[in-house]
Design a binder for this molecule. Sequence first.
Ligand code: AMP
Ligand code: MG
Length: 460
Amino acid sequence: MTPAFTSTYGSLPDALFSRQSATPVASPAWIAVNTDLAGSLGLPADWLGSDPALAVLGGNAEVPTALAQAYGGHQFGSWNPGLGDGRALLLGEIVSPTGHRFDLQLKGSGRTPYSRGGDGRAALGPVLREYIMSEAMAALGVPTTRALAAVQTGESIYRDAPTPGYTPGAILTRVASSHIRVGTFQLRAYHRDISGLRALFDHTAARHFPTAQGPADLLSEMMTRQADLIARWTALGFVHGVMNTDNMLVCGDTIDYGPCAFMDSYHPQSVFSSIDRQGRYAFANQPQIALWNIAQFASSLVPLMPDADRAIKEFTGTINTFGDLYQSAKDRLMTAKLGLPCTPAAVALVDRLLRIMMDIGADYTLTFAALDRPLNHPDHLDWLRDWHALRPDHDQIGRTNPQVIPRLHQIQTVIDAATEGDFAPFRALLAATTAPMTANADFQNPPLPHQQVAATFCGT
Ligand code: AMP
Ligand code: MG
């Protein structure tokens, strides 16, 4: 009854991973199961939610294909060759009825050779945060990893932040098109492991870029996906928070919902991560950082090319087009939010509105969800007049701008209640945010001053 996992990743050279079992937990119990997702993946009916599934997704069953992936990464700009799945396990892969291959990964499943000082576990709060954020992003049409299940371990774990103390442990089952990161390539290149790098490249090309004719082509397709992805984040006011190269998937899906947030009031320099003191990963910096990460990816592909100097020249030419790619993707999405075709006049209106919103700290989501509502700003009446003059398509506005996004303060409420054993707020917020286009008075409001959450923490 348990699905048979395959493992194409496991046939790559040994340096790319370590075979590893999950560390069993005291008493696993379901928090949430995503039956819709299970259905679209073609998992056996009734498996998810069953005791055998709980043993597998709680880490208490042997899964022969399980492994921890090795990777490196630039963390806040500094190279670290010692990363990898320190608290995660790739259980294996499944092929959906539509022929797409997906990874099933446990997050919080115990120590691995890449755990460094960590306990290999995940705390309940971050597991619930990732569950809600990733499912909301999927419902908003953003390429992303998904949440298939969340399980309580029945064990307590110690965390320093946000306040030092014990907190319930949990395990998230994450589904991804793959978990191949920019940092996975970087680590092979760093070790001058050319045969490993080539095997990883061939695997990635076959899996995600079947039409790419070699590294230059793959780089350019990967970059196009990233430009589109970051533009979608921008259009939704989403701040990823920790865009290290180990947190960027080559396939172009969003991954690692740690210190992330949707902005409430609009400001381009919004930062939420408690450890991002310089604002490196601020909202407005995300396109530049993506480009920086793509440049690291390009560098790691150079050893695959016959002539390094020519490759660097060619790759540089490719990378230099990122700005235009991003800008046109963003302009398309932002003008659509105003219900307008992408013309220079519409783009100018977007800029004027954002300026107004920044001046008064208007709520990002609510402003676009109700564009006709007057804002308390001297330029807004003129803006409304000029916008109406372009005859916006209101149906399109309704289809494009979400009414409900998971807000930081709501996630905090969910986590606080769940830590006390009450999961009703989690289920309610999940239901509201996975129907983002439906007006919902209970979940639309921005935080009151005393509800505002200033920072989020990585500490899964
Ligand atoms: P992140 O910043 O969450 O993407 O994680 C960065 C690195 O730290 C990855 O290699 C993780 O596997 C590792 N890591 C994070 N938390 C833990 C933990 N509790 N135990 C072991 N490794 C961890
Ligand atoms: Mg990560």
